[in-house]
Design a protein around this ligand. Sequence first.
Ligand code: AP5
Length: 256
Amino acid sequence: MAPPRDRTAWLKGGDSHCVDHGTLPERPYRLLLLGPPGSGKGTQAEMITHRLGTCHLSTGDVFRFAKRAGANSPVMREALEAMQRGDLVTDETVTDIVRDRSQCMMCAHGFLLDGYPRTQSQAQALDGFLHELGARIDAALFLRVDDRLLIDRLTGRRSCPACGAIYHTIFNPSKAGDQCDACGGALVQRGDDRLEAVTRRLEIWRETEAMLFAHYSAAGLAVEVPAEGPPVEVFASLERALAEHLAARDGAAATH
Ligand code: AP5
């Protein structure tokens, strides 16, 4: 099992570097993790990172990190206000942020992009970045969960701002009540987990998911993962679906 990866270069951008720790994986996986808010992207990302050693690159985490760091530029203020309402941050801002961190897609540990891309324009921008870098994605994993479960998951979520661990008041409570089991930090509820913002986020996802699925299906990369069971079951389905996808892809490549 791989230790949690340092994500300094992704979270801070610019000239920041990660402190390299841990051995390199046998092969770097390059994955996208997509799905509605509350489908378990963050939860599964932690498990995938531990198993495959990939770096967890979440665009939502970049904005939350900037907020904690007191970032106050007009662009970041506008982005944080959009987040609070449950709206998407503009494509221009998101694309600038990912461009600034595009070297993370060449990480020798591989990467797991979580919650990006979310629009046609972002999907095209990502295709362009990968093309420029000469990098290819292995799979775009789509977590599938019904809306009625998502609202319960989001309104009960608690997370640790210090280490990023994710809990749920009922489905995955912290043993220490309102403190993080991993680092002792005080657990908080995210500002965009209010019912009004949750409803807006779900609406937006349903408007864009078919387009994203079509984009990655056409590229032979879309993999659907049923994600309504407990996290360990979802992870087992995800691993199985990913292994089948990679075996089919490698088999097809060998016959050409
Ligand atoms: P982001 O941080 O990406 O949030 P999201 O996509 O809305 O997803 P969440 O983090 O809310 O949910 P999740 O799927 O990670 O679920 P989790 O594992 O935490 O984005 C936030 C905002 O940033 C956006 O709204 C937007 O404003 C902006 N943004 C980010 N990227 C952007 C982009 N590319 N373009 C434009 N704007 C962007 O699980 C949820 C809860 O359920 C937890 O409590 C967990 O314990 C529980 N749980 C998880 N799995 C299970 C399970 N299997 N069974 C029971 N409970 C479970």
